[in-house]
Ligand binder design. Structure first.
Ligand code: MG
Length: 362
């Protein structure tokens, strides 16, 4: 395609309830959308970065700047570009994977719409539905947590992930496990512990968890390896998995039994596919993480998660889990514990331009 224009639009969607994590509390989701116009048509992408650099170094304002000054100019060339060559053109820009992923997404969407194919079809997935999973932020008490879990179990969710941190872990997990003995349960610490907590974390083995995600900091692969050696509960990595190389390093060290894959974090869906394939060849289980995406990013993630290597339920929930109003005309819904893989052209969702205008902040 020849790209004619790239618009970067910031919207702020109100959240139905505040999202409490170690990175702070979110009351709304500010998110960047990329609208790309080309000689083959239009496509849309979404940037996974949050407003604050809490999950990773990228944030909305940094992504806007790098998209405008460094990434978009490399793609606005008179020559032909494709979603598979885009990463090479953007490679001279170090890092900023979420910003790169947003541009790549818009290109994939435009290409597939022009071909009349769905993203799922282009990936070669055969599943028509994926299991829904939900992530729950910090609750005020174990009892409050159990009430929230009950509401999601009633809504059909088949797997629940709890955020944990020092002082907000064993009592909460124990209460959840007592009340829901058969529930598929896993925990995510977003790096809130250190290797000094290994003895404490060994108690996680009592709760028959699917996995413990990212107990230590992004850089502490050796610490994760020590913990994995101590625990029966599988250790899953999130934040440090940014490429095939970092995945291979973590696995070689014994630091990573399970991979949480997020396309934005690894620079896009092309890179995500490569990591998926690498893991499948080595029997490393995968699941698809989430970044409070709008219906656009959510639809893309559902298709990705339909790949065979995603053997565990992802953080794939209904739009309504976070948003009263989504910006797509057909928000993602959970039915009988599953989510239908979108089958329309591109990512299979239509953006509501009036809603985008209503929520636009820049
Ligand atoms: Mg995580």
């Amino acid at each position: 395609m020849r790209i004619e224009a790239i618009d970067v639009i910031a919207v702020r969607l109100p959240l139905r309830s505040p999202w409490h994590t170690t990175a702070g509390t979110l009351n709304g989701r500010e998110v960047l959308l990329v609208r790309l116009r080309s000689d083959i048509g239009e496509g849309w992408g979404e940037c996974a970065a949050f407003a604050e650099p809490g999950y990773s170094a990228e944030f909305v304002a940094s992504a806007r700047l790098v998209l405008r000054d460094h990434l978009a100019p490399r793609l606005l060339t008179p020559t032909e570009v494709t979603s598979t060559t885009a990463s090479l053109l953007m490679a001279p820009v170090a890092g900023h994977r979420m910003a790169k992923s947003a541009l790549e997404m818009a290109m994939i969407d435009a290409e597939l719409r022009a071909e009349g194919r769905s993203f799922a079809e282009s990936l070669g997935v055969t599943r028509t539905h994926v299991d829904a999973g939900v992530a729950i932020g910090f609750a005020g008490s174990p009892a409050e947590l159990c009430d929230r879990i009950a509401s999601y179990v009633d809504a059909g969710y088949r797997r629940v992930k709890l955020k944990i941190a020092p002082g907000r872990d064993l009592d909460y997990i124990s209460a959840a496990r007592d009340q829901f003995p058969a529930l598929a349960l896993q925990v995510d610490a977003n790096g809130a512990y250190t290797v000094a907590d290994i003895d404490h974390l060994a108690a996680l083995d009592e709760f028959a968890l699917l996995l413990v995600e990212q107990p230590f900091g992004d850089d502490d692969l050796v610490g994760h390896a020590l913990l994995a050696n101590r625990l029966r509960t599988p250790v899953c990595l999130d934040e440090p998995i940014v490429s095939v190389d970092t995945t291979a390093s973590a696995v070689a060290l014994g630091a990573c039994d399970v991979v949480n894959l997020k396309a934005g974090r690894v620079g896009g869906y092309v890179a995500a596919r490569a990591i998926h394939d690498w893991c499948v060849e080595r029997n490393i289980p995968l699941w698809c993480g989430g970044m409070l995406e709008t219906g656009l990013g959510r639809a893309a993630n559902v298709a990705l998660a339909a790949l065979d290597g995603f053997t565990l339920p992802g953080d794939l929930s209904a739009s309504a889990r976070f948003y009263e109003t989504d910006i797509v005309t057909d928000p993602i819904v959970v039915e009988h514990g599953g989510i239908a893989v979108p089958s329309g052209p591109g990512f299979g969702v239509e953006l509501d331009l009036d809603l985008i205008e209503r929520f636009r902040v820049a």
